[in-house]
Design a protein around this ligand. Structure first.
Ligand code: GLU
Length: 467
């Protein structure tokens, strides 16, 4: 049985890289019918914040990642860490170190000067058991790392990785203030929670041999590891604010759909032939770790936007209408997810790339005081077009329903003859009068959605605005 976990530290919002790590864990686990655990690693009391926990939980739920167990909080598990640290002390696999920060700094400088590695020199490693000279002094607990030999593991993405023990320090597992360190708590939790697979960013590769040694000292089975390459911006630098939004929920606020983000993040470093579009179900069926690439993936906003457009076009219009409401509300527009809004969606979704964009495009359907494009007004609401608008408004009076497309067509055809104009010469002034811009869905759709009253009102207003 596969059991995996996502173990974020709540020291910031859930970012794109974290969301992808969570997703890879989730997909791999569900593919194998396993259990996915959420664990909040909140031992950094200074930097951990409740608002970040909220953002992480909210972000995962929005994306459609559901955890089977948790969230567990490390701060609730302090007794377990202490108990294990003392177990290691009793076994002789760890020792108390009394070196002060100043002493360590001096040792570090000296080692660097002598061209060595700035490792802890193990002064306290072999203090005699009956030594009383340090009694009562503050201490840290260090792990007694082997001084020779190797630690190896087979990474599910990168293959065999070997570290020499001489590269590894005697790691601090408990600080002077009695707080445990990451490399220690992570092992205790993963072991006690029965985690079989650890999927995480490859910035953790160097921690892995240290963690393996702790598993071995405690006689816990060592899980399998898969280190996922980081995400880069187009300039090959690690993804950061500079490259645009990095927080997952910022994408929601910008009008991206969770389906698009999930699809995009899954493809960020993983491929299945040249297929681009995947539903969540398909991802679960097809995702596997060996197909994850070894090199960093590049975050491509254009592709994400394209995928978002795809889902806007293909999800049921009723569904999109419901999701559009908060964006309209954000613009101060109160609408309902009724058949009218669905019709607006059907007409706008070929061009809108995000819900936010769609809401902006939809503005004139919901309020009369929509923004008027000045250039459009100057070009199409002129003394020359005024009589066209007057005639059009007059002609409309005889049309009973704004859904009568044929009657409206006949009206426009009549005007093309009268003014010796092309249809566009009639339609564009009408469009600008109704929508305030030169681009909109088909004019008959616009008229039908707006309804007679709004159409007449806007025509009159446009006519009156022309000097
Ligand atoms: N809390 C660690 C982090 O956010 C977890 C790393 C791990 O998955 O082991 O980087």
């Amino acid at each position: 049985m596969v059991k995996s976990r996502f173990a974020p530290s709540p020291t910031g919002n859930l970012h794109i890289g974290g969301a992808r790590t969570a997703l890879f864990n989730y997909l791999y686990t569900k593919h194998h019918g396993g259990i996915f655990v959420l664990r909040i690693e909140d031992t950094d009391v200074e930097r951990s914040k409740d608002e970040y926990v909220k953002d992480i939980l909210g972000g995962l739920s929005w994306l459609g990642i559901h955890w089977d167990e948790g969230p567990y909080y490390q701060m609730d598990r302090m007794d377990l860490y202490r108990e294990h640290a003392y177990r290691l002390l009793d076994q002789g696999c760890a020792y108390k170190c009394y070196c002060t920060a100043e002493m360590l700094e001096e040792k570090r400088k000296k080692a660097l000067k002598e061209g060595g590695k700035p490792h802890y020199d193990r002064t306290c490693r072999d203090l005699p058991a009956d030594d009383t000279s340090n009694e009562g002094k503050p201490f840290v607990i260090r792990f007694r790392s082997p001084v020779s030999g190797e630690v190896s593991f087979t990474d599910l993405i990168r293959g065999r990785i070997t570290f020499k023990c001489e590269e590894l320090d005697d790691l601090i597992i408990f600080r002077t203030d009695s707080t445990p360190t990451y490399n220690f708590t992570v092992v205790i939790d993963d072991a006690l929670m029965g985690i079989t697979h650890i999927v995480r960013g490859d910035d953790h590769i160097n921690n892995t041999p240290r963690q393996i040694l702790i598993y071995e000292a405690l006689k816990y089975p060592v899980p399998q590891f898969a280190h996922v390459p980081l995400i880069h911006g187009k300039d090959k630098a690690r993804l950061s604010k500079r490259h645009g939004a990095t927080s997952l929920l910022e994408y929601r606020n910008e009008g991206f759909l969770p389906e698009a983000l999930m699809n995009y993040l899954a493809r960020l470093g993983w491929a299945h032939g040249d297929q681009e579009i995947f539903s969540q179900q398909e991802l679960i069926e097809k995702f596997d770790l060996p197909a994850v690439g070894k090199s960093p993936s590049v975050f491509d906003m254009d592709k994400l936007t394209w995928l978002n457009g795809h889902y806007l076009k293909t999800l049921p219009a009723e569904d999109v209408a419901g999701r559009l409401l908060p964006f309209l509300e954000g613009m101060g527009i109160k609408a309902a997810a009724d058949s009218r809004l669905v019709r607006v969606v059907v007409n706008l979704r070929e061009r809108a790339r995000t819900l936010k964009e769609m809401a902006q495009m939809a503005e004139y359907f919901f309020r009369d005081d929509f923004a008027l494009d000045e250039a459009a007004r100057a070009k199409f609401l002129t003394p020359a077009t005024k009589p066209i608008l007057v005639d059009f408004a007059e002609g409309l009076k005889g049309v009973a329903s704004m859904d009568e497309e044929e009657t409206l067509k006949t009206l426009i055809e009549g005007l093309t003859k009268k003014y010796n104009a092309k249809p566009v010469g009639i339609i564009q002034p009408v469009r600008v009068a109704l929508c305030g811009r030169t681009v909109s869905p088909g004019i008959f759709e616009v008229i039908a959605i707006l309804g007679k009253e709004a159409v007449e009102k806007r025509l009159v207003r446009a006519i009156e605005s022309i000097q």
